[in-house]
Design a protein around this ligand. Structure first.
Ligand code: F0G
Length: 404
């Protein structure tokens, strides 16, 4: 007897976890995983995502679990980041330390284990890059074929290279992520052979909840948790995780989620700030290609996460994102552009007076610095050897000076 079930987020209809389709038959709403929560929420002898098996997937037999040791990522503090944001107690939780270099691995270990348990033949996802890299890796480890729909333009070459190398079949789609996502939904609607690995898959959310669990274990008094927002799976997951901890009596005070979009891709911000009544899709455009998403599929769930944590949704410009990235990079920590939005958002909230210097803040750094090197201009830091030598008062060594 499974301790978990699926429930439509919109109409409440329930399904068993053996269902492979993650939209409701009655109302087409998205499904979420529900568990019967008990008293214990982690196993102290295990680290990483599966430490929390009891509240992410209590009934999956161990022989189906595909894991690469994801989770247990580090928190970093740095004077430069504190000075730039104006918050003394800000730490960055670096999800780029996960096996394929982004937070997606936390959700993928759950979703691909579930794919194996359900006996699917192939997995499929649409992606701005990181999901596809993670899906390809975990599917190949499980021995399952993987297909990824990638926008033809504007996807980081590093992420695409990962997906190819890990063995995914790449389907390139003209148009952006949003059109890839809607074409993907049309494909799986007709063909149940393909198992969806986007964050519409509710098991992805269960895995990503563990970011919140790790933060609370380390810092139960945290005031704000900030993160970049695209398809809104992670905003959903952090909120769901926090609310479950509250329901279990683990925390009294719920930290406020700060969900940060790029200005050129901010339909969720438009909704939250009252500019629109419903989520109105936009044509997305931002340098932060990971969050270049104009029609986020998880917006209803994410709205609940924001409301139930008294959260904040905001938008930052590309120049604010890149300024934050330069600060994080030069602090020796490093991240891809989208990740820097979480720190840029905090600085803006300090400027607006919504966050105090003394508040405790955790910013989630979602992806590794090497995920998008095209965004780093090497020339910015280049110094000609001759000017280095003359500014340092050094002589040009003979062996160098006379080399033909
Ligand atoms: N940060 C990074 C590095 C991402 O890759 C993504 C999403 C996000 C933030 C936003 O997270 O979608 O849960 O709101 N990347 C997806 C992908 C869409 O296909 O890799 P979200």
């Amino acid at each position: 007897m499974s301790e978990s079930f699926l429930k439509c987020f919109r109409c409440g209809k329930e399904y068993t976890i053996n269902r492979k389709k993650y939209r409701c038959d009655s109302c087409n709403g998205i499904l979420e995983v529900r568990h019967k929560l008990g008293e214990t929420w982690f196993d102290p002898g295990i680290s990483g995502v599966w430490r929390y098996k009891k509240i992410i997937h209590p009934s999956v037999p161990d022989e189906f679990i595909i894991s690469r040791g994801e989770g247990s990522t580090h928190h970093y503090t740095h004077r430069k980041v504190s000075e730039w944001t104006g918050v003394d107690n800000i730490s960055m939780k670096h999800e780029g330390e996960n096996p394929t270099g982004s937070f997606k691995d936390r959700g993928m270990t759950l979703a691909v284990s579930e794919a194996l348990r359900l006996g699917v033949r192939a997995t499929i996802c649409a992606s701005t890059g990181n999901t596809s890299a993670s899906a390809a890796s975990y599917s190949s480890i499980a021995g399952i074929d993987s297909y990824v729909l990638i926008p033809k333009k504007n996807v980081s070459r590093a992420k695409l290279a990962q997906a190819i190398a890990y063995g995914a079949k790449i389907i390139s789609v003209s148009g952006d992520f949003d059109s890839a996502m809607s074409q993907l939904e049309a494909i799986i609607e007709k063909n149940h052979e393909y198992y969806l690995l986007n964050s519409l898959n509710p098991w992805r959310i269960e895995g990503q909840k563990t970011i919140a669990f790790e933060i609370i274990e380390k810092n139960p008094d945290v005031d704000f948790i900030s993160l970049p927002a695209g398809n809104l799976g992670n905003t959903t997951a952090i909120g769901k995780g926090l609310m479950e901890l509250k329901e279990m009596g683990v925390i009294d005070k719920v930290p406020r989620i700060v969900s940060v979009q790029a200005e050129g891709a901010s339909p969720f911000y438009n909704l939250w700030s009252g500019k629109t009544e419903n989520l109105v899709p936009v044509r997305a455009n931002t340098i932060a290609s990971a969050i270049r998403i104009g029609n986020p599929v998880n917006w209803e769930k994410a709205l609940k996460s924001i409301r139930s944590t008294n959260g904040i949704v905001m938008a930052v410009s590309d120049s604010e994102i890149m300024e934050a990235k330069r600060v994080i990079d030069s602090a020796g920590i490093g991240c891809e552009p989208a990740s820097a939005a979480s720190v840029a958002g905090i600085r803006k909230l300090v400027d607006e007076g919504l966050i105090d210097r003394t508040d405790s803040v955790v910013s989630i750094i979602t992806g590794h610095i090497l995920k998008d090197i095209d965004s780093i201009s090497a020339m910015d830091s280049d110094i000609e050897l001759s000017s280095f030598l003359s500014s340092s008062g050094l002589e040009i060594p003979l062996s160098v000076a006379h080399r033909p």
